[in-house]
Design a protein around this ligand. Structure first.
Ligand code: G6P
Length: 368
């Protein structure tokens, strides 16, 4: 087993480091020399797309968090209304789905029972079904009409890392391709976003180079009882993933909340020394996030902020700032989740947890 870990202490940190490669392998084969997105296993034509008036994205756990970003991307680029739901809820609410619905199931394993059952229900109601999965030949890939394979390679650690970032890339490519086909975005905007996405393997590599600050923070913060993740828009979606990572492997209670909702309850739990991880990568929400950081600081919180490089004003409000390379606001999740994965990992290590095989959790949940 130690040979399989390639010199790393755990599969999780190995897989965190494999992200540049996983992103490259998911991106490169899909973009041709003319900068067109080629999705071989997706047969959706322009005509099919014309008919679709709603997209429903269904998944569980980390894949659901990728689906939330997918909702943002499809609404933004393709201008189609999107709903995102966890599979175990979707199935029991008699969802409105018909033959004008595009149903997207996101699943690393392609075997999650609730996601599979939701897919079957959507199919029965006439939806066109697209699977985003990491496992070729998995049940979900076999039952879907169209498939997008994330080429993350096998993911062994229970806590998902490289599968998540490649799912994000999948959602962006699907959304961009839909946007261009539908004519809801200009070629110029499309090229700008796609060209930026192509720099991500390199940008993630850069982020992985310096882990010392996060390691030091983990060594100081590993004894917290409660950790809160706050953000707005897609930063909130990433906060949810960061929070899930932490609770899965460190057993610390953590919660992610849309920063604007803090004042409606959660702020009551902030006290001296409470750790708050604040994501502030979105330019149009930056000032609002600075106010939220000040609110929790005023109640004694210790704030680790994640911002784009250059936005140093945040250092006046937060205790520590972690910077991600500058990028387009629409694409930040692929970068901003990296420090959250690393922080969760080192906190779990500092607590002596079984990082790769956390108690009570399974890599693939095949019971409903
Ligand atoms: C389990 C795993 C998670 C994963 C979720 C969905 O809970 O521990 O890491 O996100 O299932 O799995 P899937 O294979 O459908 O993405």
């Amino acid at each position: 087993e130690s040979a399989e870990k390639g010199g790393y202490q755990h599969f999780m940190i190995k897989e965190i480091h494999e992200q540049p490669k996983a992103l490259k392998e998911t991106l490169s084969p899909r973009i041709n020399k003319d900068n067109d997105i080629v999705l071989d296993d997706i047969k959706l034509t322009e005509e099919d797309l014309e008919k679709i008036n709603k997209v429903v994205i269904v998944a569980c756990g980390t894949a659901y968090h990728a689906g939330l970003v997918g909702r943002f991307a499809i609404e933004k680029f393709a201008k189609i209304p999107v709903e995102t739901d966890v599979a175990s809820e979707f199935r029991y609410r008699d969802p409105f789905v018909d033959d004008k619905t595009l149903f997207i199931a996101v699943s690393q394993s392609g075997e999650t029972a609730d996601t599979l059952a939701a897919l079957r229900e959507a199919k029965e109601k006439g939806a066109r079904v697209l699977a985003v999965t990491n496992v070729v030949g998995s049940r979900i890939s076999r039952e879907a009409d169209d498939v997008f394979y994330t080429w993350a390679g096998p993911e062994i650690a229970v806590a998902s890392t490289k599968a998540y970032t490649t799912q994000l890339v999948a959602m962006y490519l699907i959304a961009l391709s839909m946007g261009l086909k539908k004519g809801t975005m200009t070629r110029e905007k499309y090229d700008q976003i796609l060209n930026e996405l192509k720099t991500f393997p390199e940008k993630v590599e850069k982020l992985l180079q310096n882990q010392q600050l996060l390691q030091e923070l983990a060594d100081k913060q590993f004894n917290n009882q409660n950790v809160f993740y706050i953000g707005r828009g897609i930063d909130d979606h990433v906060g949810r993933e960061g929070s899930l990572k932490l609770k899965e492997i460190s057993y610390i209670h953590s919660e992610a909340i849309a920063a604007g909702e803090l004042k409606h309850g959660t702020i009551a739990l902030i006290e001296d020394g409470t750790l708050v991880v604040a994501l502030a990568t979105q330019d149009h929400l930056y000032d609002k996030m600075l106010s939220n950081i000040k609110e929790v600081k005023a109640r004694g919180a210790y704030v680790i902020a994640v911002a784009k490089e250059g936005n140093t004003e945040i250092e006046k409000s937060a205790d520590i700032a972690i910077y991600i390379p500058n990028t387009l606001d629409e694409l930040t999740p692929v970068l901003s989740v990296i420090p959250l994965q690393i922080l969760a990992y080192y906190i779990a290590v500092a607590r002596g947890c079984d990082v790769d095989k956390p108690k009570n959790l399974a890599k693939s949940v095949t019971v409903e």
